[in-house]
Design a protein around this ligand. Structure first.
Ligand SMILES: [Zn+2]
Length: 464
């Protein structure tokens, strides 16, 4: 990718809103038809050139894995899962995954960044890589990340058991610290060669320093710099993930084929005015910093409409009013601004328009302004060939599907910089994620896993 997220050395930006819970009414759209068709493949599947009729994941086994992994790091009091990167629970989950791979006869290992790998097929051809993550946010649900890893494991087992001749190895990777205890996407950054020795000094909000925590877990932090995957050794990357939004559920589709992964920029904005007495200072003499923020917030919908696309999102998720006393005119405000779109062009236009609007408001209200650029991530299109393959497979399996963008960031965004990448989404009940309420119906999980399986099989059987 062209730009990488830049992070302050000791401060983590707030969670991207695209991944946070969103609240909306439960929808009652009829579900997609039950997946009976999946068990008895329709004739066109059997006819499909080169496709493997009857190849399916073992849903009972996948379900058992999901429920078993969910017990690692579970807090019985709030039912949330706590497997933040490089905690004991996170390491236990990594060992559990490695054991599962080995039990299936698939060699497993951990790279220097703490990402767990498994590999089916011994030859040296570029591998078909399936990935996601098993670390979580605090008080997480059981599917974010874990589902992609476990679906990948199940695909490897299904391919291995059928004894399907593979022209390329199929590899699984569970990336470490996707969720951001130490900034996020540490495993995929290391894998793509994007970390430096400085990255190892990242300090978490709980005060833990990355290299110290890695050492505590028995890892040599400097080896993370060796986790880079040589270019040209990956055929493609596929990631199955929960949608974390409402689109698929509302549409009644079982599977989403991701077209673009959103890009974003994050700013921290400060307006400085003057703190004065709320009773004695006439309105026209005030330099009220909060009114500057209020005016700007009110302009956001218009600015997006005029300068963005229908996929533009802008969020002020955190504000602080200073000095913060009920009887004092706010002399200063600080607020976050998180802006996302799948088009770099519209992100650039939005940045320009938002900056001009902030400056105009500051001028009008006699405020001064600081703008701190906290992060920038370029949008990434998924690979057109892989999108087409996923759609063909879904159609042939009789799975209701649609294309959609990803509003959240994923490891796939980084891996797309070194190999063709694509993502499969499955519906999130009520759009919830990062919460014990996170859920996807089992038939949808089965449909998504079977689409992944056939796409992987197709790629891995192509002559190297
Ligand atoms: Zn995730």
């Amino acid at each position: 990718m062209a730009t990488r997220e830049r992070r302050p050395a000791t401060r983590r930006p707030p969670r991207p809103p695209g991944r946070a819970c969103s609240s909306f009414r439960a929808v009652t759209t009829p579900r997609h038809p039950p997946l009976a068709a999946l068990r008895e493949p329709p004739p066109e599947v059997r006819r499909a050139a080169g496709r493997l009729a009857g190849l399916r994941v073992d849903m009972q086994r996948l379900k058992r894995d999901v429920l078993e992994l969910a017990e690692i790091g579970r807090n019985p009091a709030d039912r949330g899962i706590y497997r933040m990167a490089f905690t004991d629970a996170d390491m236990e989950a990594k060992r559990w995954l490695a054991d599962r791979l080995e039990a299936a006869g698939i060699p497993a290992w951990m790279d220097g960044a703490g990402s767990v790998h498994g590999r089916l097929g011994a030859d040296e051809a570029p591998g078909v890589l399936i990935g996601s993550h098993t670390d979580t946010v605090p008080r997480a649900g059981m599917l974010d990340g874990a589902l992609g890893v476990l679906a990948g494991l199940e695909c490897m087992r299904a391919l291995g058991e059928r004894g399907i001749a593979l022209e390329r190895p199929v590899e699984l990777i569970s990336f470490s610290d996707e969720e951001g205890r130490f900034g996020g996407m540490f495993g995929s950054e290391a894998f793509c060669g994007l970390i430096t020795p400085e990255s190892l000094h990242f300090t978490a909000l709980d005060g833990a320093v990355l290299h110290e925590e890695m050492r505590r877990c028995g890892l040599d932090p400097l080896l993370a710099l060796d986790a880079r995957r040589p270019p040209g050794t990956i055929d493609c990357y596929l990631e199955l993930h929960i949608e974390q939004g409402p689109v698929l559920e509302r549409a009644g589709d079982a599977v989403g084929v991701v077209e673009h992964i959103t890009g974003l920029f994050k700013w921290l904005v400060r307006f400085h005015g003057e703190a004065d007495h709320a009773g004695t200072t006439p309105m026209e003499l005030r330099r009220d910093a909060f009114l500057g923020l209020a005016e700007f917030a009110n302009e956001i919908p218009r600015l997006l409409e005029e300068n963005g696309t229908e996929r533009s999102r802008a969020t002020i998720g955190k504000t602080q009013i200073m000095p913060g006393a009920p009887n004092t005119v706010p002399g200063e405000v600080e607020f976050s601004l998180d802006v996302r779109d799948v088009s770099q062009e519209s992100l650039t236009e939005l940045a320009d328009a938002l900056r001009k609007a902030l400056a105009a408001i500051a001028r009008r209200r006699r405020l001064t302004m600081d703008l701190e650029f906290q992060a920038e991530v370029a949008p990434v299109p998924c690979d057109a060939g892989l999108i087409g393959l996923l759609e063909d497979v879904a159609r042939e399996l009789g799975v209701r599907h649609r294309r959609l963008p990803s509003g959240a960031n994923h490891d796939a965004q980084l891996v797309a910089g070194i190999a063709p990448a694509a993502m499969i989404f499955v519906p999130s009940r009520d759009g919830k994620s990062h919460s014990p309420r996170e859920w996807t119906d089992w038939p949808d999980i089965e449909a998504g896993a079977n689409v992944l399986l056939h796409a992987v099989a197709e790629r891995a059987r192509r002559p190297a």
